[in-house]
Write a protein that binds this ligand. Sequence first.
Ligand code: DGJ
Length: 722
Amino acid sequence: MIRFYAENGLFHLQTREFSYVMQVLENQQLVHRYFGKRVNHFSSSNKMTYLDRAFGPSPISGNRTFSLDVLPLEYSSNGLGDFREASVELRNSFGVGLDLKYQGHRIYKGKPALEGLPSSFATEDEVETLELDLYDQLTEIRVTLLYSVFEEGNFLARSARITTGAHATKIEKCLSFTLDMPRKDLVVHSLMGRYGHEKEWTRTPLTSGRYEIGSVRGASGHSQTPFIALADAAITEDSGEIYTAHLVYSGNFKAFAETSPLHHTRWGIGLNDQAFSWQLEAHQTFQTPEALLSYTDRGLTAMTQISHTFIKRHLVRSSFVDKVRPILINNWEATYFDFTEEKILELAQTASQAGMELFVLDDGWFGCRDNDESSLGDWFVNRHKLPNGLGGLAQAINDLGMEFGLWFEPEMISIDSELYREHPDWAIQITGRDPIYSREQLVLDLSQDQVCDYVIDSVAKILESAHITYVKWDMNRNITSMPESLANGERYEFHHRYMLGLYRILEALTTRFPHILFESCSGGGGRNDLGMLYYMPQAWASDNTDAIGRLSIQEGTSLIYPVNSIGAHVSAVPNHQVGRVTPLETRGNVAMMGGAFGYELDLTSLEAAEIQAISEQVETYKGIRETVQNGQLYRLAKTSNTQSTLFVHQDRSQAVLTFVKILAQPEAPLIQVRLKGLDPEAQYDCPCLGETFYGDELMNIGLTMPYVQKDYFSVQYIFNKR
Ligand code: DGJ
């Protein structure tokens, strides 16, 4: 709900759990007044207090207590007295800075889409929008702040639109939001990592100074996630305050939290201002990506569940969003580039006999691609490997009762490719400089319309050539050697233009092929973010398929992203990334709780007993996948050596508990796990224990985990309500 009180210039935005309050001061400056637990009334108990702070610049002569440097500004600019991190920085013939004053506002039902960018959506009954105009008289620049309130969804979408008047300006920085809060006793939660170890849940107490994460890779990256949260130091799964912000964007971003000497915190998220600028001529507009803010005081589990529900209902556009995902077999770790049609069909046949539903043909099916050094861009089938073409292969796989899916890496170009020989200028590189290689490939220049059109046409042609119902969209290097900058009027627009080109491609292909389940990938989780999830409802979480390595990756990813968006596969032992040998049971149990479950190993080389065990896993997963993929996630008691994860069906009819113990220990303590979210009065049968328990005893007393002296031990308990 959005309310405006004209008598004191107050805007009160409310969701189910939080209030967000702003006020227009007498001099028309817009300040932030409150973000936190929902209140029904706001009468300024947190009175604006003006003090004469030393060295505090004031825009009002004779008034030493009014200083921008200490005001909780709703959208701040640099250079005119606020020395903290600014929301927006411009450069034009007037110098720097904007003196932003309230000009007007509009409140309406519904929410506008952001042109060219992914953004949240809802029906008119689910969301209300406030557009607030701030204006700088001297430069004639208007900043429109957009606030869309999802009352039930418990989220607030924020972005900013900058519009020039009669004069041109260069935008040097333009965040999607910044927010000033009168406290600094907070811990930053973020998802950090590296290739093969993505989305490690990291907690960093705020101290004096600043915390910042970000990427300038041209992608959100393996090491950071466009997400930041500030939480009570003592937060638990079940209680405590947490403020979160996602950025709906897949390119360069930054998120920061800066404490002031006066114990305030300013935090925000948006486009990274490093390697960015944007030229606006007279009467032009620039729209920032969207930030999604939320708050709860019910702890981490509530934060996760609110985030999952919102993303599924208001961000993922695909019609697959709530559909259970097919169990797949992917040939990458089974064959790498070395396959024939015969081998693929042999693998598919074994997979189909084990009950799998989708065959995914990974890298190596096109051009002359026998290794990773050639053919990206040449999207036509390799007839040596696949003499019957994709149509023939898809048909043969369909005949086995499975769907057929295909890997692409459409944003890339190999130097050894027909495409490069024809269009070297389509690769991002600087004339006169040697290319910078990464996996021996270059990136296509998606800031050029003709290149985007080529990508759309060449991918569409393949998708139309065979019965393909799944696409894995990979991206295996980051952007270097941007052919612009100083020569182009000191612009640094390339990265953002690339993203706009990519989003145009994704928009075209995902709307043209709505029956295709798209999964994004970037060497695993190198671009696993909300910008991609808007178009593609799944992401391959990591190239690390080791069950133990996956524990933290899946925990971090599912902290904010829906479980059914996380691709998780059982692979061979010794594991190809880390060499670890884990039991098939544990590989299965961990991948099943990952979400979008599948296998990625050479099934044809396994013993009959292993195939039998795999068939049983597949069967089991079919019986729990609605619960895992669309149920509620609970992280239960965790130690450095154990992890317990619970999924409860939306109607509480089923629960799935996975317990993993990493290493055997001498004299290990017995572990009792208390379940959550069950119907306390209901009886739950646990077939694998052959016992029945009441919900209240499972939740209050807990279940004793088996005492087993083995490394990489795991157990999966399924509870079915009577
Ligand atoms: C990187 C992906 O993450 C892998 O799963 C696989 O698809 C390879 N690329 C293929 O080149």
